[in-house]
Design a binder for this molecule. Structure first.
Ligand SMILES: Nc1ncnc2c1ncn2[C@@H]1O[C@H](COP(=O)(O)OP(=O)(O)O)[C@@H](O)[C@H]1O
Ligand SMILES: [Mg+2]
Length: 440
């Protein structure tokens, strides 16, 4: 049996303004949300998130397409019906919208009173109970200006949940909060909603909370660009892209390689970025390995290495990925190396034709590995803020030559094109560290 979705959005278009000023804001949006599901709508400012939310919340009338919320068609619905639908929705906004002249308890009771059919005593009791659930049992008689931002937002959650709505619509509920309170608020919302089997549609561009979602919808310029379950079966697309990338490093043209890499990066950015687990880590590592192989071939070098810069002060990099023309040589963890350390500090591109004559070159490494470095080309991989994310280094041009200007340019351009994947690595590292330090 198919369970009817709580929210069904089908081919919605929306416009603001009239005449020449009429501008389309939403384009052909379709999606469904089931009971108990937490869906996050993300996307840049101005992409139409709030507009979509207010349409679903029956706060704005549908112009084109069809919208069903809790079994009611909202198109051409009369005011009475819209009001009824709104009663079954809990709204939470960026600014808590509490009435400053009322206490926490009275704010929550207001919501019950608007619903009607409940005695004052009963309303008091319910307000007390829900405020206790959100951890404000001691603050029921506080006024909003006696509470912190996070506490006020928790009152707003209590107010939205106290009537047992079937749907919660939250617009940037963490925008005004610091990281910790933002997370607390969202986790609480998640917990309470799961208890009440309530569907949540949460608009946010706060990347730090995406992981509470069962599904993430991305809006860009009014278009729904992706809709992904965060459960494992949806890493399927990423897995197949990655497979193609890794297994065809050599046969893929540079253009196709970069295009695949861009798609992989996009997949990470749209949802996986926040999931810090073994699988994500391994997947990223494999992609970085494939990149080193591509560099080796591209530059006609014997070997190439990528040093990934670690954020921890004093640690230059956390990981080294190295390959020769045939295979991966090593994925190591280390503290520093001569040439790469120099490049990391200066951000210069170093092209050293005769390694043994350069003061920055350390023969100790060759002595250890038994390899003979003749020449080195080494440059930094920077992000858009010019932060050094990694160092790319190639050794020994094949055929007894040196690396020339063209090689420098090629590696430079390639490094620019691949930098986004290192941004993701960096982000994952941070998440990993905060999850370690967050545990006591
Ligand atoms: N009431 C309105 N009248 C005209 N244009 C609007 C109105 N509300 C929003 N817009 C425009 O619609 C676009 C989408 O806005 P909005 O839905 O608020 O996006 P988001 O919530 O993603 O930031 C923006 O370009 C915004 O300027
Ligand atoms: Mg908005």
């Amino acid at each position: 049996m198919r369970i009817e979705p709580v929210i069904k959005v089908s081919k919605i278009n929306h416009y603001y303004g009239t005449g020449q000023l009429r501008k389309q804001i939403l384009f052909d949006i379709s999606t469904e949300i089931q009971a108990g599901e937490i869906v996050i709508v993300t996307g840049p400012s101005g992409s139409g998130k709030t507009t979509l939310l207010t349409l679903i919340g029956a706060l704005r009338s549908v112009q084109e397409g069809s919208l069903t919320v809790l079994g009611q068609q909202l198109n051409r619905a009369n005011n009475k019906l819209l009001e009824n639908v709104r009663k079954n929705i809990g709204f939470i906004f960026q600014s808590h919208n509490l009435l400053t002249s009322l206490t926490a308890s009275q704010n929550v009771q207001m919501s019950l009173a608007l619903h009607g059919g409940i005695s004052k005593r009963e309303a008091e009791r319910k307000a007390q109970a829900i405020l206790e659930m959100v951890g404000l049992g001691e603050r029921v008689n506080y006024y909003p200006n006696q509470m912190s931002g996070g506490q006020k937002q928790r009152v707003a959650i209590a107010r939205a949940l106290v009537t047992n709505p079937s749907v919660i619509l939250a617009d940037e509920p963490t925008a005004a909060l610091d990281k910790k309170s933002g997370r607390d608020v969202v986790e609480m919302l998640q917990y309470l909603a799961k208890q009440q089997d309530c569907a949540i549609l949460l608009v946010t561009h706060d990347n730090r909370i995406l992981d509470v979602a069962d599904r993430i919808i991305s809006l860009e310029d009014g278009f729904l660009t992706s809709s992904k379950n965060t459960s494992s079966n949806n890493s399927h697309r990423l897995a197949s892209l990655k497979w193609e990338l890794i297994n065809h490093v050599e046969d893929l043209s540079l253009k196709d390689f970069l295009s695949l890499l861009q798609q992989v990066t996009g997949e990470f950015q749209s949802f996986l970025i926040l999931i810090d687990n073994e699988a994500t880590r391994k997947c990223l590592e494999e992609i970085i390995e494939a990149i080193t192989l591509k560099i080796t071939h591209l530059l006609q070098a014997e070997r190439s290495t990528i040093f990934i810069v670690d954020d921890t002060p004093g640690n230059l990099w956390s990981k080294i990925v190295q390959s020769n023309r045939k295979k991966l040589l090593k994925v190591g963890i280390t503290a520093h190396f001569g040439i790469a350390a120099h490049v990391s500090a200066t951000r210069e591109c170093l092209n050293i034709p005769i390694a043994s004559q350069d003061y920055r070159y350390s023969p100790a490494i060759d002595e250890q590995t038994g390899y003979q470095t003749r020449n080195i080309l080494c440059l930094p991989i920077l992000n858009s803020q010019s932060k050094v994310l990694a160092i790319s280094q190639v050794l020994n041009k094949i055929g007894n030559n040196c690396f020339d200007r063209k090689d420098e340019q090629l590696l430079g351009e390639f490094s620019q094109q691949i930098s986004a994947i290192f941004d993701i690595w960096c982000h994952l590292q941070k998440l990993h560290k905060s999850s370690i330090t967050g545990k006591h």
